[in-house]
Design a binder for this molecule. Structure first.
Ligand SMILES: [Zn+2]
Length: 403
C-alpha cells in the first residue's frame, strides 16, 4: 500500500533546512520518494492512503546509541542502586526492559543500540521486537559485555581473561547474535571497580576483540573514559569509544585522526533522574568529573569529531542529551543530526535509518513544535512510526485514512 505523508514542515536530516509542506511516499515500510524544497505536495491521486501530519513537524525517528535494557535510572517502580539491578534475575530484567522500550518509543526513539547486557537479554529482546511480541524501537544488540575478572560489572556478563579467553567470549557473543562486541576497558564513574584511568585489558586482549568482530564484518566498542586504556583502544582499532570523557587533547587528536566514533552519555551524570544512591565519596567523584565531561565534549564538537549520544539507563532522555550537546557548543541542527543521521552512521546503519530519503525505512516522528527553535520541543512527540506502522500516538486526532 503506497502511502503519502503530508507534513507542516519536513526535516529530512540529510543536512538541509526543513521543507515547508514537505511530503514523502512510503510502501512496505520503505520510503519511495521525498519532496524537494519548494516542491508542493502532490495530489493524493496515486496514493492508496494519506497520512495527514500537516499540523506537525516531521523528522526521522531518534536513535539512542547507548542503552542498557535491563537497568534504569528513571521512573523505576522500585528504585534501587544499579549494582542491585544488575544482580536481578534475567526474567525480571526482561520484563522491566519491555517497559523501558515503551519509554523510548514514547520519546520518539525508533532505534536503540544496546551497549551490553547480562544474560544476552538484548539479543532476545531484539528478536521479540522484530517478531512483534512486544512493542519497541528497532534494537541493535551488543550481547553480553565482555569484562576482565577485575573489571567493571560482573553479574551475568562474559567474564574473560587473556587473549584466548577474550576470543572465546567474543565468539560466543557473535554466535548468540551480537551485532557488535562491547568490552569494558576502564572503570566507571559510579562503579566500585577500577577508576576512570584504569585499563583492565591489555593491548593484545583489546586487539583480539577488534579482530574477532572484523572477521564477521562487525565492530568493537569499548567502555573507556581515559588513561592509557583509551590510547590502547584507539591504537587497536576499536571503532566506538563509549564515554571517552577524560580524553586529553593529545587523545582527542588521535581520535580524530583514527576516525573513531565517540558516544557521549550525559544523562546518568547530569539528568535530575540520573544516578542516585551514591555514597558521599562517589558523589564527590561524580561532581569532580562533570566539568571535564563538558570540556571534552566541547572540544570534540568544535573539532568536528564523529559523535553520537545515548542515555545509558535514563530511558527516553535523548532530548536532554540534545540540550546538553548544545551547551557544549553544537547548534540545534547539529544536535539533532547527532541523534539521527550521525547516530545511524555510528551504528553502521546509514543505509537503513537516520534520514528521510528514498530507500530508507519509514521511521519518522511527528512533533507539535519545531525542535530547531528549541531542542526541548523534541519531547513534544505526537506520534511515532516504525517501518510506516504507527507505534505510539499521543492523541487520536491524526491517523491514516484511505483515499
Ligand atoms: Zn553504559
Amino acid at each position: 500500500m503506497k502511502t503519502l505523508v503530508k507534513t507542516k514542515y519536513l526535516l529530512d536530516c540529510t543536512g538541509g533546512d526543513p521543507i515547508p509542506g514537505g511530503w514523502f511516499f512510503f510502501e512496505d515500510g520503505v520510503i519511495l520518494t521525498a519532496g524537494r524544497p519548494g516542491e508542493p505536495a502532490p495530489p493524493a491521486a496515486g496514493a492508496d492512503a494519506v497520512l495527514d501530519l500537516s499540523d506537525s513537524f516531521v523528522m526521522p525517528g531518534l536513535i539512542d546509541t547507548h542503552v542498557h535494557m535491563g537497568l534504569s535510572h528513571i521512573d523505576m517502580i522500585e528504585p534501587m542502586p544499579v549494582n542491585e539491578q544488575m544482580a536481578q534475575p534475567p526474567q525480571i530484567k526482561i520484563c522491566k526492559a519491555a517497559m523501558y522500550l515503551r519509554q523510548h518509543l514514547q520519546a520518539g526513539v525508533t532505534t536503540v543500540r544496546g551497549m551490553g547486557e547480562e544474560h544476552f537479554i538484548d539479543v532476545y529482546l531484539a528478536r521479540a521486537v522484530a517478531e512483534g511480541y512486544i512493542e519497541g524501537p528497532r534494537l541493535i544488540p551488543a550481547g553480553n559485555v565482555i569484562t576482565a575478572t577485575h573489571g567493571q560489572g560482573q553479574v551475568g556478563l562474559s567474564v574473560a581473561d587473556g587473549v584466548e579467553g577474550v576470543r572465546r567470549a567474543c565468539r560466543e557473543n557473535l554466535a548468540r547474535g551480537a551485532d557488535l562486541l562491547k568490552i569494558f576497558v576502564s572503570g566507571g564513574v559510579v562503579s566500585g571497580k577500577g577508576g576512570l584511568y584504569a585499563a583492565t585489558y591489555t593491548p593484545a586482549e583489546i586487539r583480539v576483540a577488534v579482530e574477532e568482530a572484523a572477521a564477521l564484518d562487525k565492530y568493537a566498542a569499548a567502555h573507556v573514559h581515559g588513561g592509557p586504556g583509551l590510547d590502547m583502544c584507539i591504537d587497536a582499532g576499536v571503532r566506538s569509544l563509549e564515554h571517552a570523557s577524560m580524553a586529553t587533547d593529545a587523545q582527542i587528536e588521535k581520535i580524530l585522526r583514527a576516525g573513531c566514533w565517540v558516544t557521549g552519555t550525559f544523562s546518568p551524570a547530569f539528568h535530575p533522574s540520573g544516578v542516585h544512591f551514591l555514597s558521599p565519596e562517589k558523589a564527590e567523584r561524580l561532581a569532580a568529573v562533570k566539568d571535564k565531561f563538558m570540556e571534552t565534549f566541547s572540544k570534540l564538537v568544535a573539532l568536528g569529531a564523529n559523535l553520537s549520544f545515548g542515555t545509558d539507563g535514563v530511558h527516553g532522555a535523548l532530548a536532554f542529551e540534545a540540550e546538553t550537546i548544545a551547551s557544549c557548543g553544537a547548534d540545534n541542527m547539529q544536535a539533532i543530526l547527532y541523534l539521527t543521521r550521525d547516530a545511524a552512521k555510528a551504528c553502521r546503519r546509514e543505509d537503513e535509518i537516520g534520514v528521510i530519503s528514498p530507500g530508507k525505512y519509514a521511521d519518522f516522528i511527528a512533533l507539535a513544535e519545531n525542535p530547531l527553535e528549541k531542542l526541548a520541543n523534541l519531547t513534544a512527540v505526537r506520534s511515532v512510526y516504525i517501518g510506516g506502522a504507527v507505534k505510539f500516538r499521543a492523541e487520536q486526532n491524526e491517523g491514516c485514512k484511505s483515499v
